[in-house]
Design a protein around this ligand. Sequence first.
Ligand code: SAM
Length: 250
Amino acid sequence: APGLWLVATPIGNLGDLSSRAVVTLRGAELILCEDTRVTAPLLARHGISAPLQPLHDHNEAREVPRLVERLLGGARIALVSDAGTPLVSDPGYRLARAAIEAGAPVSAVPGPNAAVMALTLSGLPPQPFLFMGFLPPRAGARAEAIGRLRAAEAAGLAATLVFFEAPHRLAECLAALAEGFGSRPAAVARELTKRFEEVRRASLPDLAAHYAAQAPRGEIVVVVGPAPEATGGADEVEDRLRAALAAGQS
Ligand code: SAM
């Protein structure tokens, strides 16, 4: 069918490309991808030869008007990213929003997503959950982001939190999370769907200590359990809210 198709691709295990994804990519007259060096081999494996065009943070804004024009003219365009579900910490949001606003048909072929897979394997409550993407890489901005989450918790948010993180920053990220959230249950999910898949479930301080001693490799999702039920009265909640806000501003 014509329109923009958001097509999920594997997050490691190539067997996770769905048959509907293959059919959709085969029927596309243009496939937008993050990095042609990643997507071309995937397409070749399935004998798909549609033209590939890179769409990434640096050219997306510029390319959107022309792509929306083509969509309104009835084109069948697929969008994939390097791994998993496009738009989720990946390019494509600007294009999808512009297509929706222009009234072009937009649909998706759902599939792998590292955040949801980690959530389901974490042993922590699956809902409500709050997907945060990557925390800021710098310590100050990261502490502020954690402070904002604590403020939201002091105001009543009790959600499982899901973060993406790079392996070389995992130990310092876990230390910052332990500092902000204390000794909460958490999980680190690594190399999901791949040969060395591993899920480590422990308290935040224990996970921080483990990965400080042993730098991990591969791709990583961190899942943090929800704030314990607020037990205090309104005054205590207000005190905690102020403290959390102050921490976020420091
Ligand atoms: N769009 C992707 C999705 O739907 O899962 C996420 C893209 S984001 C740029 C890449 C991050 O996702 C990695 O740094 C890691 O945090 C996480 N990730 C992707 N694949 C993973 C895997 N196989 N195992 C664990 N985490 C993964």
